[in-house]
Design a protein around this ligand. Structure first.
Ligand SMILES: *Cc1c(COP(=O)(O)O)cnc(C)c1O
Length: 435
C-alpha cells in the first residue's frame, strides 16, 4: 500500500458554520471611523452600500455563524476542497519536514474568492438587491462575483482597471461568459470616470479609481449594492471554511501543523486558513506558528505603519485601523496583482500587532523560483499570489532540514496560475525582475 497523500472529505463535511474570531481576540480591534466625522462608524452608515445581514456580520459578537443552506448547496459544486501532502516536493528538498497544502484552485473561478462571493450574493439576494457593483484589478474578484451573481440570478457590474482590461482579457471573458457587464475603468459610466477621462483620455486606471466608480454607481442606482472581495471582517469570516475543513483533514492525516502559512493581499485567504487554528492558539493553548507572506514590493505588514487609513485612493471609504503603506501608495506592477494593496485587513493587522502571527516578505524572482519547483514536483501551477506561500513553505522545510527536525508545515494554495502564464513566461525567459 502506498502512502495516503490526498485527504478528501465528503459533501456532508462541508462546514455548517463560519468561525468569527472577534469574540476570541485578547483585545478588541479599534473600530472603523466615519471619514467625515471621524467617529466610530454606525451600522446605519453602511446600509447604503451593504445589505443589512452583511453589516450585522461585520460587527457580530457571535463565535459560530450558521452558513445558510443555499450557500452550502453552492459550495458543494467544489467544496470540500482537497488537502494534499506534497511528498514529491519533500523528496526534492530532501527535508524531514512534512508539507501539506489546502488547494482552493478547484473552484470554478480558480481561487478561494468564490467562498465569500457566493455568501455575499446570497445575503444581497434575500435583502431584495437585484444588482451588485464591484471593482477588479486583474479579474480574480470580478470573475468570482460574476459567477456568484449568476448562480443567484442577479446582475453584476464590474469596473476593471483599464490596463488589465486590455492586457489580461481572459478573466474579462470569464466574467462576460457568466453574464456580468464589465467596464474598463475609468469609464464613461460614472461622473468620476468621465472627469478623469476628460483630463486624461489615456488614464490607465487603478484599483482606487475602480472602487470609487463602483461606489458611485451603487449610491446612484436603485436596488444596487457594492461588494468587496477582501479586507473586511465578514469576508475573513466567510473564508474560514478553508481552515475548518483543513483541521478535519489534518486529523485524517494524523498530524498537527507546527506552522501555518498563507499569502496576504488584503488578508482574506490567509485569515480563512489561519483563524480556526488561531482560535485554538488563543483559547486552547496550542503553540502554532502562523505566518503571513507578502511581496517585498508591497510590504504592508513588514514595512507599513499601524494607523487609521482609507481603504481607497479617493478617500471615500471608512478609516480602518490597519498596517498601511498609505492610501496613495502606488505599488509597482508585480505579477501577483492580487497582492498589490496598500493596506491589510484590520483583523490580520491586529493579530500581527499582538504578536499572535508573524510576517515575511519575498521578492518576486524568489517567489517564481519556488512556484516552478512546486509545479515540477506537485504538478499544479500556482497563482503568482499563492506562490508566495509556496516560497515560505519551502524555506520552512529547508530550515527544518538544516536543523535536522521534523516540522509539519501547512499552507494555503489559494489559486491556480493557468491565467497567469505570461508571468511564468517572463520568469522562464529570464526577463522577470525584482522591483
Ligand atoms: C485575490 C487573491 C489573493 C489575495 O487576496 P487575499 O484577500 O489576501 O486572500 C491571493 N491569492 C489569490 C489566488 C487571489 O486571487
Amino acid at each position: 500500500m502506498s502512502m495516503t497523500t490526498r485527504f478528501v472529505l465528503s459533501q456532508s463535511d462541508i462546514p455548517t458554520h463560519w468561525y468569527n474570531i472577534l469574540p476570541d481576540l485578547p483585545e478588541p480591534v479599534p473600530p472603523p471611523l466615519h471619514p467625515g466625522t471621524r467617529q466610530p462608524i454606525q451600522a446605519d452608515d453602511m446600509l447604503p452600500i451593504f445589505p443589512e445581514p452583511l453589516v450585522m456580520q461585520e460587527f457580530s459578537p457571535e463565535r459560530w455563524v450558521e452558513i445558510p443552506q443555499p450557500v452550502r448547496d453552492i459550495y458543494a459544486l467544489w467544496r470540500p476542497t482537497p488537502l494534499l501532502r506534497a511528498v514529491r516536493l519533500e523528496q526534492a528538498l530532501q527535508t524531514p519536514a512534512h508539507i501539506y497544502y489546502k488547494y482552493e484552485g478547484v473552484s470554478p473561478a480558480g481561487s478561494h474568492k468564490p467562498n465569500t462571493a457566493v455568501a455575499q450574493a446570497y445575503y444581497n439576494k434575500i435583502s431584495g438587491v437585484q444588482r451588485l457593483a464591484t471593482e477588479t484589478g486583474a479579474g480574480q474578484w470580478g470573475s468570482s462575483l460574476a459567477l456568484a451573481c449568476r448562480l443567484f440570478e442577479m446582475e453584476c457590474t464590474v469596473y476593471m482597471v483599464k490596463v488589465s482590461y486590455y492586457q489580461k482579457p481572459y478573466r474579462k471573458m470569464m466574467m462576460e461568459t457568466w453574464g456580468a457587464t464589465v467596464y474598463p475603468s475609468p469609464s464613461e459610466n460614472t461622473e468620476y470616470g468621465r472627469r478623469l477621462l476628460a483630463e486624461d483620455p489615456d488614464c490607465p486606471g487603478s484599483l482606487g479609481i475602480a472602487i470609487s466608480e463602483a461606489i458611485e454607481d451603487t449610491v446612484r442606482s436603485k436596488n444596487t449594492k457594492y461588494s468587496l472581495g477582501s479586507v473586511l471582517n465578514h469576508v475573513c469570516l466567510h473564508q474560514t471554511v478553508i481552515g475548518i475543513e483543513a483541521q478535519k483533514q489534518m486529523e485524517m492525516a494524523g498530524e498537527e501543523p507546527d506552522v501555518i502559512i498563507g499569502c496576504v493581499g488584503g488578508g482574506s485567504n490567509f485569515a480563512g486558513l489561519a483563524f480556526p487554528f488561531v482560535r485554538q492558539k488563543l483559547t486552547e493553548g496550542k503553540r502554532y506558528r502562523v505566518v503571513a507572506v507578502e511581496p517585498s514590493a508591497c510590504p504592508s505588514l513588514t514595512k507599513g505603519e499601524l494607523r487609521y487609513d482609507f481603504g481607497d485612493t479617493a478617500m471615500t471609504t471608512p478609516l480602518m485601523w490597519m498596517y498601511t503603506l498609505g492610501h496613495d501608495f502606488m505599488p509597482p506592477r508585480i505579477h501577483a496583482g492580487g497582492l498589490r494593496y496598500h493596506g491589510m485587513a484590520p483583523l490580520v493587522s491586529h493579530l500581527y500587532h499582538l504578536g499572535v502571527i508573524e510576517a515575511v516578505a519575498y521578492p518576486q524572482t524568489k517567489v517564481f523560483e519556488a512556484a516552478v519547483q512546486f509545479a515540477r514536483t506537485e504538478g499544479i501551477i500556482p497563482a503568482p499570489e499563492s506562490a508566495h506561500a509556496v516560497r515560505a513553505a519551502i524555506d520552512e522545510a529547508l530550515q527544518a532540514r538544516e536543523a535536522g527536525e521534523k516540522r509539519v508545515i501547512l499552507f494555503n494554495l489559494s489559486g491556480h496560475g493557468m491565467l497567469d502564464l505570461t508571468a511564468y513566461e517572463a520568469y522562464l525567459s529570464g526577463s522577470l525582475q525584482d522591483v
